[in-house]
Each structure stands twice: as C-alpha cells, then as structure tokens.
Design a protein around this ligand. Structure first.
Ligand SMILES: Nc1ncnc2c1ncn2[C@@H]1O[C@H](COP(=O)(O)OP(=O)(O)OP(=O)(O)O)[C@@H](O)[C@H]1O
Ligand SMILES: [Mg+2]
Length: 307
C-alpha cells in the first residue's frame, strides 16, 4: 500500500522549473530517500508535500489525503525542516511542550513526550537550558524530535544531518530507524550518499528537478555501467583524467581529492593499459572498490553529488 503518491508534481518559480513533473510512490512503512545535490529540488518537493508551498502542476496524496486538504495533511504528518524551527529564547523542554500544544497534544501527554524525546536525543540534562546556548548539533537533534511530539504517521525530514559530526549523525540515524520500526513512514532528503545507503529502503536520485532513478540502494548500485571500479591514488592533477578516459574498457572516470576512479566494463588487459598510461607518474596505491550511490549519481548525471 502507498503512503504517499505523487503524480506529475511540478513547481515553477516564474519561468524557472524547480520541480519538473515528478511521479513516485512511497510505500507504507518504508524509509524513502530523496538523494540529490544542492538545488536539485529536494526542499521544494518536501515543501509541496507538506502544504508549505503550492504546486504549479500535478497532484499528490498523503495517506489518501489530497494536498488541497491542508488541515487533513498537517494532522498526520511531522516536518523536520532544513532551517531550524526552534525558539532560541525558550528552553529545550519548553520548545517541545509548546510545539506539542500547537499540534493539539494534551498538556500531560506533551510533558511526558517531551521528556521521552529529550532522553532519546541524549539531551535530558540540558532540558532546562535555553536553546540559544545549544551547539549546532544539539539544536539539530532537538529540531528532529520536535516534529514527533504529535506522533505523526508520516515524517518528512529535510537534510536532517547536514554538518553534523559522525557521532551525532549516527544517533539521528538510529533514532530514525527506531521510529520507523514503530510504524512511521519516513520521507527523507539528503545529499549524503552514505545516509541514503544506510537508512533508506528505496532511494530516488534527483537532479535539476527530475527523478533520474528510483530503486533500492543495492539495485541502484548494481545497475551502474561498468560494474567494477578501480581506484588509483595518485600524486597528480586532474589532467590525468583525459588520458585514462582514453583506455578501452574504461567507461567513465572521475577525479576527486587525489583519487582517480575508473568505471570499467571488463578487466581483461586493463591493468596493462593503465600501467602504460600511468607510467612515470607517482602512484600511491591501486585498489578495486564496490560502486557507491555517488558513483550511481555520476553515471546517471555525469556530475558529482558533492563538490
Ligand atoms: N522561492 C523561490 N524562488 C525562486 N527560486 C527558488 C525558490 N525556492 C527555490 N528556488 C530554486 O529552486 C531550485 C531548487 O531549490 P531547492 O531548495 O528545492 O533545492 P534543494 O535540493 O533543497 O537544495 P539544497 O540541497 O541546497 O537544500 C533552486 O535552483 C532554487 O534556487
Ligand atoms: Mg534543500
């Protein structure tokens, strides 16, 4: 069964098309990811699906409720916005209780739930501190749990872990998995391929307002051209790229942070060809690697997910 259905959804800003007629379904109980670079149209999509922005075309339903029924939608969804939705001059606890009461949670339930949420995020000791004195990561954690005060059936998270350190990110990931296990459908946007890979049952790869592919992370990685990747760490600059792209069986190549990545079709005779092209250059290491979602994105769009 579908939890979210989206048909030909479009958003234009003047003549600029930010979301270009996208269609997809999010299944009941799944963690669905929207993976794409800056400006891909992720927030615009989330904002339309959460009734914060009116589409210029197409339709969508959340749990069978059309976007035109704003009250209906808002009563069943939670939103973790990309921009923090906290009140700096209230304490963490007050923020949660206030948010709960805005969503019609009774005072008793709101208080109980606020404490649960603070504990889940390891913030219970800071519950009476003003949010303005929180670190960026602490604010982000609080921002995530706020959206769960009214126990929504569908949770939208817009880049919930951007800029977080690995430990805080892991905490958010575990938390998202946990609430998903307890029955909440999750729609999550990210530009971190590790996040999409680790968390999501299915991922839509989005670029320039269009969906390039939708599948499980595993299936996406399997479908990329070349199948195999050879990584070469090399003390060289990007000029090497053109040389290696000329090697037969090398379908594509990418260079980032001193690492050359070759997408290859067939290893036969390849190492010899590579050795010839690279002779005289200082190679630090050569290894083979499994494709990542970053590689999938590159092969679909010809671009890197991150700069
Ligand atoms: N109100 C607006 N008016 C004009 N253009 C807009 C508006 N909101 C968004 N856009 C444009 O639409 C495109 C998609 O923006 P959006 O915020 O959805 O991207 P995103 O995928 O969320 O990117 P990021 O990863 O940076 O958050 C961008 O080119 C952006 O400049
Ligand atoms: Mg965004």
């Amino acid at each position: 069964m579908s939890s979210i259905t989206v048909e030909a959804l479009e958003k234009r800003f003047g003549s600029f098309v930010a979301v270009d007629g996208i269609s997809f379904d999010v299944r009941e109980g799944e963690i669905f990811g929207f993976l794409g670079p800056n400006g891909a149209g992720k927030s615009t999509t989330v904002n339309m699906l959460t009734c914060q922005l009116r589409p210029t075309g197409g339709t969508a339903h959340v749990k069978g409720i059309p976007l035109t029924d704003e009250r209906g939608i808002r009563s069943i969804i939670g939103i973790v916005p990309q921009e923090l939705a906290l009140n700096d001059l209230l304490t963490a606890y007050q923020n949660l209780v206030l948010y709960g009461s805005l969503y019609g949670v009774s005072r008793v339930d709101a208080k109980r739930r606020a404490l649960e949420m603070l504990e889940a995020m390891g913030l219970e000791k800071r519950k009476n501190d003003l949010v303005k004195d929180f670190s960026g990561g602490m604010k982000q954690r609080l921002n995530v749990v706020m959206a769960l005060m009214h126990e929504p059936k569908v949770l939208f998270l817009d880049e919930p872990t951007t800029g977080m350190d690995p430990q805080a990110r892991r905490m958010i990931w575990d938390f998202i998995r946990d609430i998903n296990k307890r029955g909440t459908t999750i729609f999550l946007t990210t530009h971190y391929m590790e996040e999409a890979d680790y968390l999501c049952n299915r991922v839509a790869i989005i670029d320039e307002g269009r969906i390039k592919a939708i599948d499980t992370p595993r299936a996406l990685k399997r479908q990329i051209k070349g199948e195999d990747i050879i990584q070469i760490q090399v003390d060289e600059d990007e000029r090497l790229l053109d040389d290696v792209k000329g090697i037969p069986n090398v379908k594509d190549a990418l260079y980032a942070n001193g690492m050359l990545k070759l997408f290859i079709e067939d290893r036969d005779g390849l190492l010899l060809d590579i050795a010839t092209v690279l002779s005289g250059r200082s190679i630090v290491s050569i290894s083979s690697a499994e494709p990542t979602l970053e590689d999938v994105f590159l092969s679909l769009t010809g671009k890197k997910l991150r700069d």
